[in-house]
Design a protein around this ligand. Structure first.
Ligand code: ZN
Length: 564
């Protein structure tokens, strides 16, 4: 997505080294022309920084966080020159305890991290986010390289525990690729908030936003669902250190910061990364096979819940990411498929396919090592379609039918057929209510009692149940309901989100409901006939009666990572 960070430039001026003002002219939404003068130029600018996300900049009297892309101007024509940056703490008593953390190369810095930093070029300059303030700090080593965890925001996290768990994940990824890319050190920059989630990868660091409840507290052990998803996020961004920061499409080298760069390859960069993020938790022994299969089932559920998977291929989802995936509206589930979620399943399917065609001698791990050795490490970009040919080359087998159907086409992946390699079965069942994320067998073992289906998602509203999404081919859509409609009564009784979701669990397919709803400020009547809930909720089950061969491949898949 083009983020238009220049919108936050409040004021910009230029002068010569001797203080002569120079005229500045706007050229377009993100460029300025400065009057020529034949001497050194000093440009000053003031930037509004009030966006606490991993991609932007935020400054208040408790901390400062920024990505270079939000605050550093690029000098046209001098992108490849080395840059020096002096980072200073704010003046005043209240700021004496501030420290600075970043993966930028420090040249002359004090014990608190303030001072002179250096970057090889503009691309390097904007790829190391910076955090300043009072934060928690802990360190560990992985692959012989220092790694640092920095957490800002109020929290009560068990720092030694985080070091232990993250080092296992890092070592796991390093074993997979055989080595870390050439970096001095790696920094996990974490901002803990009340409620939030997000991550962004960089060449030697990652910025993460999480809820403080996702972090393990002192004295707590075990891995609950929140902490498991935080570890998955860390794992995801760390895997990107190879896969997208170095192994990347030719069209991203160099990045065009002004206009869209189109690629159909994001299934490989986000999908494969999404496959390995949770798999690394299993392989490093942090979670069990059942726990991993639950996460995988939730991913499959996200894919199977959207009819958009029949409207858009994963390749097109990647190509149109600029306007569709990153600018989702209420119709997204009906119109698009995620190259993260379906891409992860595609990666799993490819892993199984490679094993199938090679008597388990070749797996997706080998493809990743090949991509690192021949493309990522030497800095060679990948042309469109090249990863598919490399995969086929590894097993000396034509895989074009597979990619044609599931990457460029819109067919559902034949997970059962492919997962038989490791004796795991994929099953689908109806959802058991609005909070059912899938990943587990039905809690209600009575398979014949099939819940009724309304076909919409609701958000809370003080006045009723607000419809956020209406699904294609659903009773809600057939009745003429739309996203934004505010349901206030069902069968003449006042209704809210909680009541309605509870009520729907008790109804049978075929039940007719009379609804009153506001569309804008107009009261409307609708009649909905509930249908039988579709089987859109997936889960995976290991088959106990696996053959010896299947068990060997399963063991190899869930533990393998060293060079095979
Ligand atoms: Zn990612």
């Amino acid at each position: 997505m083009i983020r238009d960070f220049a919108k936050n430039v409040v004021q910009l001026s230029a002068e010569t080294a001797t203080g002569q003002p120079l005229a500045t002219t706007r050229k377009d939404k993100s460029s300025w022309l400065i009057e020529a003068c034949g001497e050194e130029i000093i440009v000053s600018c003031q930037i509004y920084a009030w966006n606490l996300s991993v991609r932007s900049a935020h400054l208040d009297n408790s901390h400062a966080y920024f990505n270079g892309s939000s605050v550093f101007l690029q000098v046209a024509g001098q992108e490849n020159q080395a840059c020096s940056i002096e980072l200073l703490p704010p003046q005043g008593q209240g700021f004496n305890d501030w420290q600075l953390a970043t993966s930028l190369h420090g040249q002359h810095i004090n014990e608190k991290g303030f001072g002179l930093y250096q970057a090889d070029n503009y691309d390097d300059l904007i790829d190391h986010p910076v955090e300043m303030g009072q934060f928690s700090r802990a360190a560990f080593e992985a692959g012989g390289i220092p790694h640092e965890i920095v957490i800002s925001g109020r929290h009560d996290a068990d720092m030694p525990r985080l070091c232990r768990d993250l080092s296992r994940i890092c070592e796991q990824h390093i074993r997979l690729f055989g080595e870390l890319p050439a970096i001095e050190r790696y920094v996990f920059l974490i901002t803990a908030v009340g409620d939030g989630y997000g991550g962004l990868e960089h060449r030697a660091s990652t910025s993460l936003l999480c809820s403080r409840d996702d972090l393990p507290r002192q004295g707590e052990d075990g891995i609950n669902d929140n902490y498991r998803s935080f570890l998955g996020l860390c794992s995801h961004e760390y895997f990107h250190t190879w896969n997208i920061k170095r192994i990347k499409p030719t069209v991203f080298s160099p990045y065009d910061l002004v206009r869209e760069s189109y690629t159909r390859q994001l299934w490989a960069f986000e999908g494969i990364t999404s496959y390995y993020d949770d798999l690394a938790l299993l392989r490093s022994g942090l979670i069990s096979l059942d726990s991993y299969l639950e996460l995988l089932g939730q991913t499959a559920t996200r894919v199977w819940r959207g009819q958009g998977r029949f409207m858009q291929s994963v390749a097109d989802s990647s190509f149109d990411a600029w306007t569709k995936f990153y600018k989702q509206d209420e119709n997204a589930p009906n119109a698009i498929v995620s190259y993260y979620a379906k891409g992860a399943l595609l990666a799993l399917a490819l892993d199984m396919l490679l094993r199938q065609h090679s008597d388990n001698r070749i797996s997706l791990d080998d493809l990743m090592r090949l991509l690192w050795r021949e493309y990522g490490k030497p800095g060679k970009g990948l042309k469109e379609g090249e990863i598919e040919s490399l995969a086929a080359g590894l097993v000396e087998h034509d895989l074009s039918d597979f990619f044609q159907r599931y990457l460029y086409g819109r067919e559902d992946l034949p997970l059962n057929e492919l997962l038989s390699v490791i004796a795991v079965e994929f099953r689908l069942r109806p959802a058991e209510g609005a909070d059912d994320k899938g990943g587990k067998a039905a809690a209600n073992k009575n398979e014949t009692s099939r819940p009724a289906w309304f076909g919409a998602r609701f958000s809370k509203d003080p006045a009723g149940a607000k419809i956020s999404h209406v699904f294609s081919h659903s009773p809600a859509m057939q009745a003429g309901l739309s996203a934004g409609d505010l349901l206030i009564a069902v069968d003449e009784l006042k209704m809210d989100k909680q009541k309605l979701e509870k009520m729907l669990l008790r109804y049978q397919a075929g039940t007719r409901l009379r609804l009153h709803a506001f569309r804008r400020d107009e009261l409307m009547r609708f009649e909905v006939t509930l249908a039988a809930a579709p089987k859109d909720t997936g889960y995976f089950v290991p088959i106990d009666a696996a053959t010896v061969e299947q068990k060997i491949i399963r063991d190899n898949w869930k533990s393998a990572s060293a060079d095979s």
